[in-house]
Design a protein. Structure first.
Length: 69
């Protein structure tokens, strides 16, 4: 499934130094995923920190934002 990033997500990833590869890893192999009001919240501990990716899923995955937890 294709993954696209909103401008907001790209800005947050740049600011927080989180790569596209890390975000894709969280989406593909999450430790925990929750769904609330149509949004998915995928969480994973990557090598340097815990991050959460918020996205929608329809014909493709659209990453809304990314942050450390």
């Amino acid at each position: 499934m294709d993954i696209v990033f909103t401008e907001h997500a790209k800005e947050r990833m740049k600011k927080r130094k989180i790569s596209e590869e890390e975000v894709k890893e969280v989406i593909k192999y999450p430790e925990k995923t929750e769904k609330q009001e149509g949004l998915y919240y995928a969480k994973k501990n990557i090598q340097r920190a815990n991050i959460e990716v918020v996205y929608t899923k329809d014909k493709y995955i659209k990453v809304i934002t990314v942050y450390y937890i």
